[in-house]
Design a protein around this ligand. Structure first.
Ligand code: APR
Ligand code: ZN
Length: 366
């Protein structure tokens, strides 16, 4: 029986999100109906609202969510009604070369980027027809239907607000450190941009035993938050010469530097923060079609590397439970990352606050 759900819908006309009713159909074969418990408000949703990335519309936004399995379609064996799950915006097809190589984040066999389920449809609609779930999950809704591989079981002791963050910012940020950069204990690191994802990078660096951990941001609140998660030094990007200060703290440049904003200007300066042989990790995602200019000689002569990081190199079925266990063991202070718990109808305020740089992470609680 189809049901209605309140959802935050992006109409693609430049206006703010509309919180309105959508119809959610039953799950088809290989699909899972989830009642959302929480959805994080992430920078990637803002890219869409601000027209930096184009999508089919109308779209239910949100790609960082957790909830309870309400019903499953034919053939679903990984999860059952009543299970708590974290949703993954990259649902692996489990058949392509990337999936076979253990690189679910690079899966080429699905239509998640087109906001479609594996059969090319969606289970959301309104009076005008099809509604698209952002990245095939659309978590800013009371209910959503996702492919089985996008719903990863999580222990019931992990609260929904924390679980939702594991599905994007934590997987992305901690994963960039442990899966992509593989930062060893004692290595130095700089983190440029300390929003929800950047703070997760700081947490990952703390977990890995990096030192020093230099947090860079334009907002004092973000730097204070970074210190609370283990940053040993902070730099105000709007007041201090970042490369000079990082060079002084590290004695010649950081072993690793992470860009976690998605701004071309900061991406271009990443090599200047690195020691010879250092590795710059691109975590922030810029607007579609953005191109960056880099000083090739600086990169070549000093043997520096720039690497892309998508979804923290995560395999959701492996990384989500691992991150949940670290949280339950007290090794990842994820509760402290949540600065605001909000209602669905307060979602536009959360994006305004994100643009103003005044919140670490807002989480919608259903
Ligand atoms: N220098 C340093 N920090 C800056 C600058 C700058 N020039 N401009 C902005 N910032 C800071 C902001 O103050 C904010 O703390 O960058 C941070 C960006 O964080 P959020 O807007 O909260 O975004 P977040 O959800 O963390 O996502 C960051 O990662 O996954 C991607 O798509 C996502 O591109 C986005 C990025
Ligand atoms: Zn995200």
């Amino acid at each position: 029986m189809p049901r209605t759900a309140m959802a935050a819908v992006h109409d693609g006309d430049g206006s703010e999100l509309k919180v309105r009713e959508v119809t959610v159909d039953d799950p088809g074969p290989g699909e899972v109906l989830v009642r959302l418990g929480a959805s994080g408000v992430c920078g990637s949703d803002r890219h869409v609202i601000d027209g930096e990335w184009t999508l089919p519309t109308p779209t239910v936004l949100g790609h960082e969510g957790a909830g309870v399995v309400e019903a499953v379609g034919a053939g679903v064996t990984d999860v059952a009604p009543g299970d708590n799950v974290i949703l993954s915006w990259c649902y692996p097809c489990r058949r392509c070369r990337a999936c076979a190589a253990g690189k679910a984040w690079a899966c080429t066999g699905t239509r998640s980027g087109e906001c479609l389920l594996p059969d090319g449809g969606t289970r959301l609609s309104d009076e005008n027809g099809m509604v698209y779930p952002y990245l095939a999950v659309g978590t800013m809704s009371e209910y959503t239907v996702v492919p089985e591989s996008a719903a990863v079981r999580v222990p019931a002791e992990v609260p929904f607000d924390v679980a939702s963050l594991i599905g994007c910012s934590i997987a992305t940020g901690v994963g960039a450190v442990v899966n992509n950069a593989r930062v060893p204990a004692g290595a130095s690191a700089a983190v440029v941009g300390c929003g929800g994802v950047g703070l997760a990078v700081v947490m990952g660096l703390t977990l890995a035993g990096a030192y020093p951990i230099i947090a860079v941001d334009t907002a004092e609140e973000k730097l204070a938050a970074a210190r609370s998660f283990g940053a040993t030094h902070t730099v105000r990007a709007d007041k201090e010469p970042v490369a000079t200060v990082v060079g002084e703290i590290t004695g010649g440049g950081a072993d690793h530097a992470f860009e976690v904003i998605g701004r071309v200007e900061t991406i271009e300066t990443l090599p200047s923060l690195l020691a010879p042989g250092g590795v710059g990790v691109l975590v922030g995602l810029p607007p579609e079609g953005a191109r960056a200019g880099i000083d090739v000689l600086e990169l070549a002569e000093a043997g520096k590397t720039l690497v892309g990081s998508n979804y923290g190199g995560a395999v959701p079925s492996l990384d989500f439970p691992r991150l949940a266990d670290l949280y339950l063991a007290g090794r990842l202070p994820l509760d402290s990352l949540i600065s605001h718990r909000i209602r669905l109808d307060e979602v536009n305020d959360a994006f305004d606050a994100m643009r103003a740089g005044t919140r670490t992470r807002s989480v919608i609680v259903f």
